[in-house]
Design a protein around this ligand. Structure first.
Ligand code: NAP
Length: 304
């Protein structure tokens, strides 16, 4: 692949930013990739491991002269970061973000941006439960979806360049509007995370089953929940606070289904349970056939 941008600035240097850095450098998609992180600890780590061509001590310094700025901070921090960088953005630069919620990020970022830049929000459907500058790896985005969520008036050339970058690091791209994105992700990611957090919390509360029993005899279903429930607390707090309506809608539907299954168990309605589990099994097969997961243990995510 050839170079798409001369200078890319990563704001926030955690899992997603560090993975982007390694992937963009591996594939030669940018002349240089610079970065900024809030804490001096993260900036020192980045310098130590060679994450970024230059690490700056302020977000404003990092974005100066950047053709592409990628906001890789928690959803709740997008507003303050956008406010800080807005006055120094280069004319014609593209600003994108990787936030897991789109409507709230657009509302937080767009009002700060000057007319002479292009805003093209994005969201990679790729991640692990790990966070921080050491957790990234170049293969994270391979064969994953990178959703592009243009805002009204987004420049088509700027959108196409961003799509080329995401495709260059191995992702498939699709465009979505923000509301639809937030509803789809409430179904596929946000509510499942909440359910995992809840189930692990239940095990923690159940005093008749000891902690060591939960750990020693952990079976596949629970183990997968604990992996999800180990995800970054700040990131997930912000996701729920910022995708409130869609998450509450899906949780409402989830509760209704749960009651129906509860009744089937109480009344011994085996036919209902069997039909239900047959339907859900087909969805799992569809995900594997679409190449979005494997049958390998730990979902095949052994790299992290
Ligand atoms: P992460 O590993 O926790 O890194 C977050 C980075 O943001 C860190 O460099 C942190 O700086 C910085 N930061 C945190 N709060 C900040 C604030 N108030 N102001 C400025 N900088 C701040 O997070 P991540 O997993 O890369 O997630 C980044 C974004 O990607 C989030 O918006 C998340 O929704 C989205 N996303 C995550 C995943 C996933 O699975 N993890 C998947 C898709 C999208 P310090 O290190 O200095 O604290």
């Amino acid at each position: 692949m050839s170079k798409i941008y001369d200078r890319v600035a990563l704001i926030g240097l955690g899992l997603i930013a560090s993975s982007l850095f390694w992937a963009i450098k591996r594939d030669g998609l940018a002349g240089e990739v610079v970065g900024y992180a809030r804490s001096s600890e993260t900036r020192d780590t980045a310098r130590e491991i060679g994450l970024c061509d230059t690490v700056y001590d302020s977000a404003a310094a990092a974005v100066e002269n950047a053709d592409l700025v990628i906001l890789c901070v928690p959803v709740g921090a997008m507003d303050s970061v956008a406010r800080e960088i807005a006055p120094v953005l280069k004319t014609g630069a593209t600003i994108t973000d990787v936030g897991s919620v789109k409507r709230a990020v657009i509302d937080a970022v767009a009002p700060h941006l000057p007319d002479h830049v292009h805003f093209v929000p994005s969201h990679p459907l790729a991640g692990t439960e790990h966070s921080g500058p050491r957790s990234g790896f170049a293969e994270l985005f391979e064969n994953r979806w990178f959703l592009v969520v243009p805002v009204e008036g987004s420049d088509e050339t700027a959108i196409k360049s961003i799509e080329a970058l995401w495709q260059g690091i191995g992702s498939n791209t699709a465009r979505m509007d923000p509301e639809h994105h937030d509803l789809v992700l409430a179904v596929t990611s946000h509510t499942p995370h909440l359910i995992a957090y809840t189930m692990v919390g239940v095990a923690d509360d159940l005093s008749r089953v000891t902690d060591s029993e939960v750990i020693n005899y952990s079976a596949a279903g629970f183990r997968d929940f604990t992996r999800i429930a180990a995800s970054d607390p700040t990131m997930w707090r912000d996701v729920f606070l910022n995708n409130k309506d869609a998450t509450l809608e899906i949780l409402g539907r989830f509760t209704e289904e749960l009651f129906a299954l509860q009744r089937a168990i109480r009344t011994g309605d085996g036919e209902m349970l069997h039909d239900y589990f047959t339907r859900t099994r087909a969805i799992r097969r569809g995900i594997i056939e679409a190449g979005q997961d494997t049958d390998a243990p730990n979902f095949g995510r052994s790299k992290t």
